[in-house]
Design a protein around this ligand. Sequence first.
Ligand SMILES: [Zn+2]
Length: 140
Amino acid sequence: MNRLLSRFGKRIVREKLKSLQELYGIEVIETNPAYSSQECSGCGYVDKKNRKSTQEFECQACGKRVNAQVNSAQNLLRRRSVEGITIRTPKKQVLEVLIERHLERLKGCHSAPLEVLKENPYYSDSRDFLDGLSKPLECG
Ligand SMILES: [Zn+2]
């Protein structure tokens, strides 16, 4: 029943957006929402603990504090141009792309919060990479 209602609701929303697009020339782009509420719009760190409540977001890695809805919206806006993530990308694969991008940003930065990352189960496949960052490096 939930699936039926969900599909029915999505069809109504799509039809409405399509009519707005035709009527006003508004560009409509679908983006993959997976982990958008757990990803930091500042540094890209993904952690369940980043989301304090429905309104509060505090990044465990960089300390950024922002309204949780605003944070998610910023992530969704950026995602339309992220390589490797489309509307049909499976959730698990979205997480892999986000982790890979975050780790790529950490290269060459001495402020990587390694202990936080090592405790995060999302980063468990990246232990070797994190161990390689264990000594302070120059930010590039
Ligand atoms: Zn952050």
